[in-house]
Write a protein that binds this ligand. Structure first.
Ligand code: CMP
Length: 424
């Protein structure tokens, strides 16, 4: 008995320690990493992402409104409370991201602290730090509160992490940085030459505006940018000729980087769509046997689409044109008395295509769902080229049809049992 007492005590004492261990375990770290980095494929991650985006928008709106003295005075406490809540959430996000960065595949071979150190200097982590650091610095008195108000607007940059479009734009700028730098050098060169010529042509007529090259440079930049405020204009003939040439050169100089950026942006988006569709196809078990070349082939025929929770994807009795593969999310097949839920990797909508009949049931999204859509003609092509895939789809369609027949028979039986005309 006596021996048992300390045992019990130590077990009781061990509890908080083991709870902490569980919280800090590898699984928890992996789950945290997945939640933040692959969040969009899971409802909880998606909700978290939406909450962070909402906080970013709230804090940016608050920063803008707080610059209006009357509003800032009236809503002093709500603004302060919002700031504290936002900084608390962003700090928690930052700490969790740094802690779970160890699970990032490129860092997996490094020691945990080396991996975290590498992570904190990435642009994303620096932006996250920039979103919270001014608050703590102002709190410690290291920076002025007015500077904090201005720096808060930088939290807008956090959106880059959550907007694939913004990420693509950054990627496009990064991949074309050398050509863009060349364009910038040309622009600076033309501005300098234009300013120099203009200074020479106008310095006597307007010494207050073109008396020095830096003053003329202001005119050159505004003209090259095709803004032309009109506050500084040449009055001599030579000056007007130089201004005309500079303005036309400005058009060329600006259209060049815009063109480069536009085509690079389009390429990045195309690449991203390709990778997204590829990973969606790879998630469907039916396509597991396909080689890379065959996946590529099938990708040409597949379209991707997203549906929101509750949205009807196919309606009973409708004509059928395509079948669907679930890349992420879940749908429910509304079969009377026994609806069936289908998840990631499953497919539906094949029965009407194979039997060339109308839809046998309504299918509705349960959560936000990403689908790959295969048209009727492409399905028949695929079945011809890959008979094993065709057979697998036909088998499933047969089982489902048998299930529907059983269900119908059961319903009829139930109706017969309940029909008052049958009683007595
Ligand atoms: P289709 O008839 O084209 O449209 C409705 C779809 O729901 C159907 O194809 C099947 O893909 C799917 N479906 C019908 N019955 C079942 C079932 N018992 N289990 C799973 N899916 C089904």
């Amino acid at each position: 008995m006596d021996d048992a007492a300390p045992d019990k005590k130590s077990r009781r004492r061990a509890k908080p320690a083991s709870l902490l261990k569980l919280l800090l375990s590898r699984t928890a770290r992996q789950a945290t990493y997945n939640l933040f980095d692959n969040g969009t494929t899971r409802p909880l991650g998606l909700a978290l992402q939406k909450a962070i985006i909402a906080l970013i928008l709230i804090t940016v709106a608050a920063a803008v409104l707080q610059s209006v003295p009357e509003i800032a005075a009236d809503l002093r406490w709500p603004f302060l409370a919002t700031e504290i809540v936002v900084v608390f959430c962003f700090t928690l996000e930052y700490v969790l991201r740094v802690w779970s960065a160890v699970e990032d595949p490129p860092y997996r071979d490094l020691t945990p602290w080396h991996a975290r150190l590498k992570y904190v200097v990435t642009p994303g982590a620096l932006i996250d730090l920039l979103a919270i650091a001014p608050f703590y610095l102002a709190w410690l008195g290291a920076i002025d509160v007015r500077v904090l108000l201005t720096l808060r607007l930088l939290r807008f940059l956090k959106l880059t992490r959550y907007s694939p479009g913004m990420r693509s734009l950054v990627e496009a700028i990064h991949s074309e940085r050398k050509s863009l730098l060349t364009c910038l050098m040309f622009l600076v060169g033309v501005a300098l030459i234009g300013a120099d010529f203009m200074h020479w042509a106008e310095r006597d007529a307007q010494p207050d505006k073109f008396g020095t090259i830096p003053e003329a440079l202001y005119w050159a930049v505004i003209t090259l940018a095709t803004v032309g405020y009109g506050d500084v204009v040449p009055i001599t003939v030579a000056g007007k000729v130089i201004a005309s040439v500079t303005a036309v050169l400005g058009l060329f100089m600006l259209s060049l980087p815009i063109g480069i950026l536009a085509s690079s942006f389009a390429q990045v988006i195309q690449r991203r769509d390709f990778v997204v569709t590829w990973s969606m196809v790879a998630r469907v078990p039916l396509f597991n046997t396909l080689s890379a070349a065959e996946i590529l082939e099938i990708m040409r025929n597949l379209n991707s689409m997203s549906v929101e929770a509750g949205e009807v994807i196919v309606r009973k009795g409708d004509l059928a044109q395509s079948m669907y593969f679930i890349a992420s999310g879940a749908v429910t097949v509304e079969i009377p008395h026994q609806p069936v839920q289908l998840g990631e990797g499953h497919f539906f909508g094949e029965m009407a295509l194979l039997k060339r009949t109308k839809r046998s049931a309504t299918v509705r999204a349960v959560t936000r769902t990403k689908l790959l859509v295969l048209d009727s003609a492409d399905l028949h092509n695929l079945m011809e080229q890959k008979p094993e895939i065709g057979n697998a789809i036909e088998d499933v369609a047969r089982q489902r049809a048998a299930g529907q027949d059983d269900n119908l028979a059961g319903m009829r039986q139930r109706d017969d049992d309940e029909d008052p005309s049958q009683i007595g």
